[in-house]
Write a protein that binds this ligand. Structure first.
Ligand SMILES: NC(=O)c1ccc[n+]([C@@H]2O[C@H](COP(=O)([O-])OP(=O)(O)OC[C@H]3O[C@@H](n4cnc5c(N)ncnc54)[C@H](OP(=O)(O)O)[C@@H]3O)[C@@H](O)[C@H]2O)c1
Length: 243
């Protein structure tokens, strides 16, 4: 199956991490579909990708974090694209530093878990069956680290949310050890930004997108965790993805 015959569903594809992945996949000839709750983000994404690849990008407004929402948008997605061969999930948010736990209302913890964990679980439950039984298909989670470099004053709930997403990915690897679909995780222990917002040690989202696109394109590995702690690690991801 050539890249042009593959349709990658990029969950979170309108975000900082996801937009780099979407651009890289389109530049390699993949067809890509992106779901976002916010139409203006989808419009920005259409302006961001290489103009000649725009016809291969399908965008849908929808909420993949609620069970009703995901089923509704799944129907529209399948009607629009026919078949999904790959999923890249980079749902969540970029950063949270709302302060120490004693100063937080429960509502805030709910929001963190909802955005990082519930959306990842609900969308996985809806979309994994589309790719699960095919060794030519892939499902890739992009997560943060938890309690490593990110733990600094006021970021506690970010660590709690990231840890929940990491644990979920581990559970999937252990509960589905034999699944034919290539199930992988890219774990990022540093910041990711667009070129205009780069800081020392951060990953350029375009470079990260290239590395993730390599993993999806090659589909050589399964049940692997690709650890990225800085820009140099992206070369390792590309090398391992090519092995
Ligand atoms: N940025 C970093 O520095 C960094 C570093 C390490 C790891 N990560 C990880 O990478 C992932 C993505 O981060 P990011 O920086 O790309 O965040 P982001 O820019 O906020 O993008 C996240 C995307 O997730 C989508 N999303 C969340 N809940 C959704 C829902 N219910 N339905 C549909 N879409 C939903 C959002 O879509 P809409 O709001 O458009 O609906 C948004 O576009 C996170 O898991 C994060 O932990 C990020």
């Amino acid at each position: 199956m050539s890249n042009g015959d593959r349709l990658v569903l990029a969950l979170g594809g309108a975000g900082t991490v996801g937009s780099g992945v979407v651009k890289a996949l389109l530049d390699r000839g993949f067809k890509v579909a992106v779901i976002s709750r916010d139409n203006s983000k989808l419009e920005n994404l259409k302006e961001f990708v290489s103009p000649n690849t725009k016809p291969n990008l399908t965008t849908l407004v929808g909420n993949v974090g609620s069970e009703e929402g995901v089923l509704e948008v799944k129907q529209r997605l399948l009607k629009a694209v026919g078949r999904v061969t790959d999923v890249v999930s980079s749902l969540g948010f970029s950063w949270w530093q709302g302060g120490p736990p004693h100063a937080q209302p429960l509502k805030e913890l709910h929001w963190v878990i909802e955005t990082l964990l519930y959306s990842t679980f609900v969308s996985w439950k809806a979309f994994f069956p589309l790719v699960r039984d095919d060794p030519n298909c892939t499902y890739t989670f992009i997560t943060g680290g938890a309690g490593e470099k990110v733990l600094m004053p006021g970021t506690g709930f970010l660590t709690v949310g990231a840890a929940s997403a990491l644990a979920f990915c581990q559970v999937l690897r252990e509960e589905y050890p034999e699944v034919p679909c290539k199930l992988n995780q890219v774990k990022i222990n540093t910041g990711v930004a667009t070129p205009e917002r780069m800081a020392p040690g951060f990953l350029n989202h375009l470079d990260l997108g290239e590395a993730v696109a390599t993993l999806v394109e090659r589909r050589n590995k399964s049940h692997s965790i690709f650890l990225v702690s800085g820009p140099a690690d992206l070369k390792t991801v590309i090398l391992e993805g090519n092995l």
